[in-house]
Design a binder for this molecule. Structure first.
Ligand SMILES: NC(=O)C1=CN([C@@H]2O[C@H](COP(=O)(O)OP(=O)(O)OC[C@H]3O[C@@H](n4cnc5c(N)ncnc54)[C@H](OP(=O)(O)O)[C@@H]3O)[C@@H](O)[C@H]2O)C=CC1
Ligand SMILES: O=C(O)C(=O)Cc1ccc(O)cc1
Length: 462
């Protein structure tokens, strides 16, 4: 029997109400996302915030929050679950079953339970298996990383097992994040995030592995210091500087993600084979067909049905981690531009979207992460200009100067796809950490520059 009881809290209660009228808010897992939520709740004045991480971190966590009077650190998840009217599990997807099994039975009668997990299939199973029937399930997922401001970003809400007044309370509690609510079911969530996040991450993970495989820092040679190359480098670094388990979880545990990531590796390989064969006709037909499927036929005529995400590449130059060679004023603009790049990662991305029937712009309106928005932005920038697209195809077919990097990219994309298909967290972690180690010296810079770059593109494409 699903729970019919409702919490005694007024769903419209505000942070300036008397403490006894306010909901008790609980957070289990005080890593990057738990901390972001606790800070937002505390800053906006919710009075009763109860948090925990693993019992071994109790003292350190108490010390960290000692100057925030409305955040109370407890020893473990039982203590948090027993008293919370609304609570969220913000732990690794790989562990969610184990953690909910342990603390779920302690959930307060009539409470509302959420998870922040990036992949919902295991969270849903755990909630249905271990939560008592007299509690509500309304899950959530902030579609951005912990270093991006939640303001205006999509926040998925999944009303799985709860009456309307419980939903109202959740909307009210989370309103302090000032995010944009997107309502979907558990199943819809995993399909959308496989289409948007998982396959996008596969592209950036592969770029990192390819550069590390060549033992070169991309910002140290002329190819990657300008324009859309800056996005590739900065987002790659941003992903490798985040926790490996976030990406492993959403790729390995999302039932839809493997198919998308496998198609991406397939697209990369097949396009590379056409490049090696210098098969101009077949490559051109394949890429133009993909463009028409994803961007619409009008793109071929340089028409823009909607305003592009990226209006100009020049705005990106100031976020470059490398130094641009000084402009040689004796060269024409064509001679002076960056060396030709096949943009294999982008040709394959659009080909992959086309083959899977993914309409990235539909996701963009609804539930795009900042990284996905930027990735569509650079794809669109390349594909909606006949001149730029033809230059990439020409480089792919006839300019071998970039081919060794393209070959590394094929190997990397295939390797990531295979690793994810094996479903091994250990293997994923080793691959991820090996590459992350290579890039570690630039993570601090990259986080700052990447956040500033995301902010500027978000504001200009609103
Ligand atoms: N980082 C991101 O960009 C985003 C992440 N998410 C999702 O949010 C969730 C949390 O991610 P994030 O905060 O980045 O990861 P973190 O690793 O920073 O935080 C997870 C925390 O939960 C702790 N934990 C594990 N088991 C328990 C337990 N039994 N009781 C209490 N705490 C426990 C972990 O401890 P320990 O490290 O010792 O295991 C860790 O401190 C994940 O499911 C992720 O997919 C969602 C949106 C964005
Ligand atoms: O924007 C992205 O894709 C990120 O890499 C940050 C991120 C990671 C995991 C999530 O569940 C949500 C956002």
């Amino acid at each position: 029997m699903p729970c019919t009881c409702t919490t005694m809290i007024d769903p419209a209660v505000t942070p300036d109400a008397a403490p006894e009228a306010q909901p008790t808010l609980g957070l289990i897992g005080m890593g990057a996302m738990g901390t972001m939520y606790a800070k937002a709740f505390a800053a906006e004045g919710w009075q009763k915030i109860y948090v925990c991480d693993l019992p071994s971190k109790y003292e350190a966590l108490k010390e960290a929050w000692k100057d925030t009077p409305n955040v109370h650190v407890l020893k473990d998840g039982h203590a948090v679950a027993r008293i919370s009217d609304w609570m969220m599990y913000s732990v690794e997807a790989e562990f969610v079953d184990r953690v909910v099994a342990e603390y779920g039975p302690s959930t307060k009668v009539g409470a509302i339970v959420a998870g922040q997990t990036s992949v919902k299939a295991p969270e849903r199973l755990a909630f249905e298996k271990y939560l008592p029937e007299d509690v509500h399930i309304i899950s959530c997922h902030s579609l951005h990383g912990p270093t991006v401001s939640p303001l205006g970003q999509p926040l998925v809400i999944i009303q799985h097992r709860a009456p309307p007044e419980a939903l109202k309370l959740v909307e009210n509690v989370l309103s302090v994040l000032k995010s944009r609510y997107v309502y979907m079911s558990y199943e819809e969530h995993d399909i959308v995030t496989a289409n948007t996040q998982a396959v996008t991450h596969a592209a950036f993970l592969s770029m990192g592995s390819a550069w590390a495989g060549e033992a070169t820092y991309p910002w140290e040679h002329g190819y990657y210091v300008k324009g859309i190359e800056t996005v590739k480098v900065n987002i790659m670094l941003r992903i490798y500087s985040n926790k490996w388990h976030v990406y492993a979880g959403l790729a390995i545990l999302n039932p839809s993600a493997r198919v998308q990531i496998d198609q991406y590796a397939r697209s990369v390989t097949e396009i590379f084979k056409l490049m090696l064969a210098a098969d101009d006709v077949a490559l051109r037909r394949r890429i133009y067909d993909a463009r028409d499927a994803v961007f619409g036929k009008e793109a071929a005529a340089n028409g823009h049905a909607r305003r592009p995400i990226l209006l100009s590449e020049d705005v990106l130059d100031r976020f470059s981690l490398g130094k641009r060679p000084p402009t040689d004023t004796s060269l024409t603009p064509i001679e002076g531009r960056a060396p030709a790049n096949s943009h294999l990662s982008l040709l394959a991305m659009v080909d992959c979207w086309a083959r899977l029937g993914i309409q990235p712009f539909v996701h963009l309106e609804l539930a795009a992460t900042p990284i996905f928005r930027l990735w569509i932005g650079v794809s669109e920038y390349l594909f909606r200009s006949q001149e730029r697209l033809d230059a990439a195809i020409f480089a792919a077919l006839y300019d071998v100067s970039h081919r060794s990097n393209d070959m590394e990219f094929v190997i990397a994309a295939r390797g990531w796809s295979q690793c994810i298909s094996f479903g091994s967290f250990e293997l994923y972690k080793s691959r991820f950490e090996q590459t992350a180690q290579f890039f570690k010296p630039r993570f601090e810079d990259a986080t700052k520059v990447g956040s500033a770059m995301i902010q500027v593109i978000m504001e200009s494409s609103d």
